[in-house]
Design a protein. Structure first.
Lengths: 112, 114
């Protein structure tokens, strides 16, 4: 089955700097890669996603890149702000009839 | 603003007691997931349903956990008997795609078993 590895597990950055979180997946047939943000005391919420026919997608300060050959995808947050502090989860969906497989999460702290 | 709701938000109970957690998926969503979140294990998928039928509950300890969908507006996760190691946050999520892509998470039930 699909396996998703996520790194780093914790990340601290200064406000205004960029943050990058990386994930690798095992199943080359995976075709959908969402990122979820979980704020303290809340459930994860989808913030951006990318499909296997696209190499990069951007939404304001966040962007996701996908390298299908290397089977990895990354979340990039630019000009980080304190409200970006949260746990971020990557996930991958195999094209079969199976649910999302989540990474273990990255705790991002943005230091003002 | 449609949301997944979960009750209770917090539950403290003693070892051996029965715990029932409830989830109301977003109206029209046909897929429901139950996850457990701990510091050590991240998000663990316990079970999921599509059109109220259980598709996979292999992530769930069968001897004490059970998950059901009595109707399209209610999903339940039951633990009997509860143990301290069950202490965690339990999330329900729902989705409208048969492919299981976008999942909408509820706020979670924080369970503490003493």
């Amino acid at each position: 089955g699909e396996n998703v590895e996520q790194h780093p597990s914790t990340l601290s950055v200064q406000e205004g700097d960029s943050a990058v979180i990386k994930c690798t997946y095992s199943d080359s047939a995976s075709n959908y890669f969402p990122w979820y943000k979980q704020e303290l005391g809340k459930g994860p919420q989808l913030i951006i996603d990318i499909r296997s026919n696209v190499g990069e997608k951007k939404d304001q300060r966040i962007a996701v890149t996908l390298n299908k050959t290397a089977k990895h995808f990354s979340l990039h947050i630019t000009e980080t702000q304190p409200e970006d502090s949260a746990v971020y989860f990557c996930a991958a969906l195999y094209s079969g009839n199976t649910p999302l497989v989540f990474g273990k999460g990255t705790r991002l702290s943005v230091i003002a | 603003d449609a949301r997944v709701t979960q009750t209770p938000r917090d539950k403290v109970t003693e070892m051996g007691q029965e715990v029932t957690m409830r989830c109301q998926p977003i109206l029209g969503h046909n897929t429901v997931f139950w996850y457990r979140q701990t510091m050590m294990q991240g998000l663990e998928l316990l079970a999921y349903f599509r059109n109220r039928a259980p598709l996979d509950d292999s992530g769930m300890p069968k001897d004490r956990f059970s998950a059901e969908m009595p109707d399209a507006t209610l999903a339940t996760l039951k633990i009997q008997p509860s143990e301290p190691r069950d202490s965690a946050v339990y999330f329900c999520a729902s989705g409208r795609d048969s492919s299981g892509e976008t999942q909408y998470f509820g706020p979670g039930t924080r369970l503490l078993v003493l």
